[in-house]
Design a binder for this molecule. Sequence first.
Ligand code: URA
Length: 491
Amino acid sequence: MSETCFLEGRGDLSEWRDAARRFLAADLQPQMIDWRLRSEEQGLFGAGTNDIANLESFPAVSTNAAAQMSVPPAFIRLADAVVCHSDPGRFALLYRLLFRLKAERHLLDVKTDADVALAHRMQKSVGRDYHKMTAFVRFKEIHLPIGVAGRRCFLAWFEPDHFIVARVAPFFQRRFNDMDWIIATPRGSASWDGKTLLTSTEPAQKRDISDETDELWRIYYASIFNPARLKVKMMMTEMPKKYWKNLPEAELIPRLIAGAEAKLIDMGRRQATEPRPFHHRLQEAAARVPEASVTEAGTIEALRQEARRCTRCDLYCRATQTVFGEGPVDAKVMIVGEQPGDQEDLAGRPFVGPAGRVFDEALSLAGLDRNTLYVTNAVKHFKYVPRGKRRIHQRPNEGEVEQCRWWLTREMDLVKPKLVVAMGGTALFSLTDRKDRVEDVRSRPIVMDATRTLFVTVHPSYLLRIPDQVRRDEELARFREDIVQIGKLAA
Ligand code: URA
């Protein structure tokens, strides 16, 4: 006698597992069970079919019996993926494997076994479908009536090959946590409202949800398309044609492929161009100066605003912003460094990166308050070379230091410090126009003019670059002594 088992079959492992356990407890041979999909039966016989029609005749499995049927975790993982597959034969396959596992505990290790191989192929196909869904879902904003406080709402349509919606939904919940969304598919839907992740197995209807973001996708895709790296076969594997109809950018693909060769020839003919600095938007924002402030001539604030637009040398082109001096306008001590580093360039403030930390530590050991000092640099823009994602510091050349001296001189005229501290050779050159070695003039007061004294010490970055720990500690101690002396000279 054969048994017919009706399942909804929409990727829910527990549905198949409950049925399989009962059949297994009754020792029902795999060939005795006819696994069917309710949706298909409804099409044939109308909507009257029960969930699992014949299961009532099989007693529910007791905990004891269930314990005796324990299966390897690898099977659970496999079954969890295989039940999502759209092949109607998946339930029979899984039951066959389960049944055989009773006698063949290591069956899953036999990769050449036809059932095992088929199950693995199905698992792989479900995995691929999962990844394509994470990559190819395109959200469109939908404007709901007011009442959905503060959160934007998005809708996406996707056509998976398998019943993977419930499986992928937690990925979208994590990735798009701060927006409300619905992903509708012909194999079920998922939604997230910031609190609850819901999934449904009901097939959804496709709605036309094209909007202006389609054009953004096309612009983005066209801009990342590199004819020099085109590999059509690989591209078609990555983005198979069946997905194209729901990807706004896909309509460009035939044209981009057709034009790739000509574009490549054209690229070869043209000169290499410098990429725009990655942070050009920040740079543009930093250069926007409030009109009113520039008119307040003669104040340090006016000078700072003016310096935001400095183009005296080329360094402004690649730097994010001008990093001007900061501190009280009547400070007794002015500290002059070399130029802003990577972190200063982004923050717009001097000595906030690693060198700044060495400096701050020395100040605090000497009992000096940084807020009483005016801290600035010989050069106000960050000079670097890009290397991968990093920006490697480059020492400013003489011309750049000379151009920037214009600002430093004005800062000194306005602040009128009693003591000017040059940290490192670049600051020393900027302040004296001489190329003395730091060591030759270091650690003693030098008269600059009638009102100002110069004090020279090393640059804190120099200390960070000393590879030998013992020497570094010695040099650090000397630097800290210099800072103590500065405190005394300023008193
Ligand atoms: N190095 C400098 O000379 N100045 C800074 O602001 C940071 C690092």
